[in-house]
Design a protein around this ligand. Structure first.
Ligand code: IPM
Ligand code: MG
Length: 356
């Protein structure tokens, strides 16, 4: 089982190191190889996604990814910015199905900004289409000079597009995920305004007819944003396009108290996957040893489950995370009075200890 390890920038290196520590005590035949990605790769090779990094990822069964990005690259020409690395990996590997669970851990119920009764027991699965939509529309209507300054642009545009096969395949993923859960899918779009959304809705209805055991409903994205904070537990599987999914998954993650807890998986049709925490590179706290490694450790668990067929090992990791939370250990982002504040490394060590 070959894993490409791409820590990236900011807190990426610190949190990925903890996930590797956890993977190593599992006693599985894992072959791990690391490479630079994002700003780190730009510094070393002049490109955020060097050929060698992409090849390593494509030749692996799974990619364990940290995070990319730093404000210091904001002035770079867009194709050289760290974020292009993750977009390039998604596109080149065909990772069209992004799973972003938002689960509220009982021990962290007070860490949310919402009232405990609204979020206790919350367990939503956001399924975001990841390789289409306005993220990859052509043409991009704006040139940025290499010095990073806009040469007096009067207009800029991005095109939102979706094709029927792109919507069909993500619809199948959503209905099949719902079959394993509460058999409900909410499809989120903006069909009252956008043609892409009308196509999205039509295709969802059509594919839904093949899944008679799953109930499908539709919600406009602005309403969905509101309902997520009003009554989040009404959702189960939520499926949406790339742009809306980006926004709603950040919103959903904060319902649970900390974005530092949430893993994610991005899968292609061959079962290959890229696994990363839902949060970003947090350059403001990088190198301080205070980042929460649990989202990355839980992403490693998802990797074992979805790409490496190691369900038992995945459950062991998830149980170990529950145990350290039960023990009252908290990194700064989830700390509250009466619990014990620990560093990134101490949290990783505690999960390892809980495993053996
Ligand atoms: C995410 C991130 C990325 C996205 C950025 C880093 C390009 O926000 O994974 O949600 O917009 O998809
Ligand atoms: Mg995002």
């Amino acid at each position: 089982m070959k894993i490409a390890v791409l820590p990236g920038d900011g807190i990426g290196t610190e949190i990925v190191a903890e996930a590797i520590k956890v993977l190593q005590v599992l006693d599985l035949p894992l072959e791990m190889e690391s490479a630079l990605v994002g700003g780190a790769a730009y510094e070393a090779h002049g490109h955020p996604l060097p050929e060698s990094t992409l090849k390593l990822a494509m030749d692996s069964d799974a990619v364990l990814f940290g995070a990319v990005g730093d404000w210091k690259y904001d002035k770079l020409d867009r194709p050289l910015r760290p974020e292009q690395a993750i977009l390039g990996l998604r596109k080149n590997m065909g990772l069209f199905a992004n799973f972003r669970p938002a689960i509220c851990y009982a021990q962290l119920v007070d860490a949310s900004s919402l009232k405990p009764e609204l979020i206790a027991g919350l367990d939503i699965l956001i399924i975001r289409e990841l390789t289409g939509d306005i993220y990859f529309g052509q043409p991009r209507g704006r040139r940025i000079a290499t010095d990073g300054h806009f040469p007096g642009a009067e207009e800029a545009f991005d095109t939102m597009r979706y094709s029927r096969p792109e919507i069909e395949r993500i619809a199948h993923v959503a209905f099949q995920a719902a079959q394993k859960r509460s058999k409900r899918v909410t499809s989120v779009d903006k069909n009252n305004v956008l043609e892409t959304s009308q196509l999205w809705k039509d295709v969802l209805v059509e594919i839904g007819q093949q899944y008679t055991d799953v109930a499908l409903d539709h919600m406009l994205v602005d309403n969905a944003a509101m309902q997520l904070v009003k009554a989040p537990k009404k959702f189960d599987v939520l499926v949406t396009g790339n742009m809306f999914g980006d926004i709603l998954s950040d919103e959903a993650s904060m319902l649970t108290g900390s974005i530092g807890m949430l893993p994610s998986a991005s899968l292609n049709s061959k079962g290959q996957g890229l696994y990363e925490p839902s949060h970003g590179s947090a350059p403001d706290i990088a190198g301080k040893g205070i980042a929460n490694p649990l989202a990355t450790i839980l992403s490693a668990a998802m990797m074992l489950r979805f790409s490496l067929n190691q369900e038992a090992a995945a459950q062991r990791i998830e149980a170990a995370v529950q145990k350290v939370l039960q023990q009252g250990l908290r990194t700064a982002d989830i700390y509250s009075e009466g619990t014990t504040k620990v560093s990134t490394v101490e949290m990783g060590d505690a999960v390892v200890k809980a495993l053996i």
